[in-house]
Design a protein around this ligand. Sequence first.
Ligand SMILES: NC(=O)c1ccc[n+]([C@@H]2O[C@H](COP(=O)([O-])OP(=O)(O)OC[C@H]3O[C@@H](n4cnc5c(N)ncnc54)[C@H](OP(=O)(O)O)[C@@H]3O)[C@@H](O)[C@H]2O)c1
Length: 279
Amino acid sequence: MKVLLTGANGMLGRDMTKLFQQKGFEVTLTDIYNLDITDKNAVISKISEDKPDIVIHCAAYTNVDGAQADKETAFLVNGAGTENLAIATAQKAIPIVYISTDYVFDGTKNSPYVPDDKVAPINVYGDSKLAGEVAVKKHNNKHYICRTSWLYGHQGKNFVETMIQLGTTRDELKVVADQVGCPTWTVDLAKAVLHLIESKMPYGIFHTCGAGNTSWYGFAKKIFELEKINVNLLPCNTEDFPRPANRPRYSIMDNENLCQDWEKALEGYLSLRKEVITK
Ligand SMILES: NC(=O)c1ccc[n+]([C@@H]2O[C@H](COP(=O)([O-])OP(=O)(O)OC[C@H]3O[C@@H](n4cnc5c(N)ncnc54)[C@H](OP(=O)(O)O)[C@@H]3O)[C@@H](O)[C@H]2O)c1
């Protein structure tokens, strides 16, 4: 089976590549250097020449705070770029996997979000990713829309690495305790996507995030505990760290067992971390 990946150089793209290659898929790697998804003609040509059996679309404009000031680029990449892929795949009757986000929700619910819940983004990034979802649904009914959250992987800048760096260089650290969500390891997300494809799940929207939930403070606490880092960790509120983009306070999604528990995942990530870093 042949898979075409967008965003193959990104944090998720690299683990997606590794897993699908290990499982014997023929993987065509694309990223901005060889396929700019905002170039509609290039996207249509690439899909018709490469003839993949499925497209896994990981490319995105992912700078959440940057998007507030650069709405145009966020919508160009996440909205129009995704629409180009949706059109190109639909023309050839190829299914598409679109990686989306918990930021399509406003965070006002108080029980886990399910795929049919009302979407109402509260920042530009969430809006632009939602535009991608709308485009995928409009053009290609063979779709898996996989919403994920609080993503971390060995090949990218992420919360776990930031905490380890700060925890080992500071005596005291304040971390936001009033935002809750589901940390997700890129490896688990890649496995969930593989499962959807291999088990021929009916097309639709899925919440592919770690099981269970925590706050950013709880996440940091667990990282320090597992890494045996001694730092005075203090909970704080969102208001203590004003950022350009609003974040949903409540980002917990019901993952229907598509990914393992977030604490187990973190243990897995940390146990492999040194190996990856020293390579
Ligand atoms: N990170 C999270 O916490 C999180 C949470 C929820 C959902 N997601 C979603 O998960 C997916 C993967 O995220 P990630 O963290 O792995 O992102 P990432 O590391 O930023 O990777 C995205 C990749 O897309 C590439 N790209 C940007 N613009 C492009 C374009 N016009 N054409 C082709 N490629 C382009 C980027 O290249 P450059 O680096 O050169 O720009 C990068 O290699 C995204 O869809 C994201 O929205 C992420």
